[in-house]
Design a protein around this ligand. Structure first.
Ligand SMILES: [Mg+2]
Length: 268
C-alpha cells in the first residue's frame, strides 16, 4: 500500500465483489453510493457474456443498487466492439452463447447464422444450452477458416454444489478439436480493460480494477498498467495472494473496508 493518492476511477467486478448469489457483499451498496455522490467515474466490468446490460441493471436494482445500463460493461460488449473494428456490418458469424452476446452482436449489425456455412467468425460465450450440434458447427466453421473468438476464458463457475464448466471449458473443447487457439477478449486480456478505459476516459495508472479473482481481475489489471484492488472476501480468498508474482496495489476483504479506507482521506 503506501499510496499517496487514492484512485480517480474504478472498474468493478460484480460476482464475488458486489454480490454472491442473491446476497449483497458487505458495504457494496454504500461503496457504489459513495462513488455516485462524489461523482467518481466507475464501470461495472464482468467477464460474463450471457446477460445483457439491462439484465444486470435489473439485478443490481433488485439488490438496492441503482445505476444506468451504460455503467455496465460486459465481455459481450467488448467482444462486439473488437469485432466491429475488424469486420463490416452484415458480416455472418456463428455464435455459441445466449442473450448477452447475441443481442450485442445483432445490435451492432452482425448476422447470426444458424449453421457454420459462410461464417467469417465463431464467437463463443457461456451457453448453458450448449449441445454437440453447436460444438460441431463451431468446429466446422473454424476448420473452414473462420476467426475463433472467446468472450472470456473462465474455465469454471463456482456454485453451491461445487464447480460447473465455464466458457473456458467450451473453448478448450473447440481448441482440442481444431488445433486453433481462440482470441480472448475478456479479463485478463488487455482488450476488455483498454476498451473500458476508453469508455471511462481515464488513464490506466489512475484507474483501479476491483476484483476477487486473481487470475482474471488482478493479473489483467497488472498487465494493462492499472491499479489493482484485490478483495479477499470472494472466490480466490486469501490464498489468491500466493498465486501472484507481483502483489496487488491494495488488499481489502470487502468493498466496505475499501470505503472506510477512502473516507480516511476525506477532508470534509
Ligand atoms: Mg468475481
Amino acid at each position: 500500500m503506501g499510496y499517496r493518492h487514492t484512485p480517480e476511477a474504478y472498474l468493478i467486478d460484480m460476482d464475488g465483489v458486489v454480490y454472491t448469489g442473491n446476497r449483497l457483499m458487505p458495504g457494496a451498496g454504500e461503496f457504489i453510493f459513495y462513488l455516485q455522490e462524489k461523482e467518481i467515474p466507475f464501470l461495472f466490468l464482468t467477464n460474463n457474456a450471457s446477460k445483457t446490460p439491462e439484465e444486470y441493471r435489473a439485478r443490481l436494482a433488485s439488490l438496492g443498487i441503482h445505476v444506468s445500463t451504460d455503467r455496465i460493461y460486459t465481455s459481450a460488449l467488448a467482444t462486439t466492439r473488437y469485432m466491429s473494428e475488424r469486420w463490416p456490418k452484415g458480416t455472418p458469424v456463428y455464435v455459441i452463447g445466449i442473450s448477452g452476446i447475441r443481442q450485442a452482436l445483432s445490435e451492432s449489425g452482425f448476422r447470426i447464422l444458424r449453421n457454420h456455412k459462410r461464417a467469417q467468425a465463431v464467437v463463443v460465450g457461456y451457453d448453458p444450452h450448449i449441445t454437440y450440434a453447436r460444438l460441431r458447427e463451431a468446429t466446422l466453421a473454424i476448420y473452414h477458416g473462420a476467426a475463433f473468438i472467446g468472450t472470456n476464458p473462465d474455465v469454471s463457475l463456482p456454485t453451491e454444489d461445487g464447480i460447473y464448466p465455464g466458457n473456458g471449458a467450451f473453448l478448450a473443447a473447440l481448441e482440442a478439436a481444431t488445433g486453433v487457439s481462440p482470441t480472448i477478449i475478456g479479463k485478463p486480456s488487455p482488450t476488455i480493460f483498454l476498451e473500458a478505459l476508453d469508455r471511462l476516459g481515464t488513464a490506466p495508472e489512475k484507474t483501479a480494477m476491483i476484483g476477487d479473482r486473481v487470475e482474471t481481475d488482478i493479473v489483467g489489471a497488472q498487465n494493462t498498467g492499472l491499479l489493482s484492488v484485490f478483495l479477499t472476501g470472494g472466490v480466490s480468498g486469501e490464498e489468491g495472494l500466493k498465486q501472484l508474482d507481483t502483489p496487488p496495489d491494495f488488499v481489502f476483504r470487502y468493498l466496505g473496508d475499501l470505503l472506510r479506507w477512502l473516507k480516511t482521506f476525506q477532508k470534509d
